[in-house]
Ligand binder design. Sequence first.
Ligand code: 5RP
Length: 237
Amino acid sequence: MDLKTQMKQIVATAAIKEIEDGMIVGLGSGSTAALMIKSLAEEIRLGKLKNIRGVPTSFQSEVLALELNIPLIDLASVSEIDLAIDGADEVDPAFQLIKGGGACHVREKLVASKANKLLIVVDETKLVKNLNEVFPLPVEVLPSAWKQVKDIISEMGGVSNLRMAIKKAGPVVTDQGNLILDVLFDDGIKNPKDLENRINNIPGVLENGLFVNLTDEVLVGKIENNMPILFSPSKIS
Ligand code: 5RP
């Protein structure tokens, strides 16, 4: 296992320890969440965790959970989720996030919003001082609206790129059948709450990848002396 995967595995393993029998668990998306789902499946297989039901945040997590025999329940069928565990693309000191690197942030935010606790699992490369200085903000848009939304975001000072697919000609199509604009603002994002609302107010926008005031705990994996180490930073408000 390479060092980056070791950092991800140590947080995935630690996250599973927060799951208790009978819980409804939000199953995040991306490579770190996938390791968490695999670890969870193993605990269920060994009988160490019982009566768990997972709520997938994407087609990716749904397929993986089904293949590994994790019982699933639909988001619409639950009134609350006990614990959601998900990855992130950037985490700032106040635990505000950019998500959507896997184009799954619409359902990820729905699950996070219904969760009593949101636990974020990342490697240390995801910790940033200011959001969006490096990682572009994903914005899911209706296919017919992408150019109109791009132009409005440009007036707000953001440079957008339509996310292009790999091994398919043309753009990435989300689980909901929409497109993704990846947006960089000149000076990064200073006021995530305000920007989240302003972008979501543009006609044609489904959801953006800013997760504001949703995160309860962050588990971080890093490498020290060639060994993976786990730590949990405190939120700085
Ligand atoms: C998908 C996400 C992922 O959680 C995020 O991209 C992190 O992925 P990874 O753990 O592979 O770095 O938001 O939409």
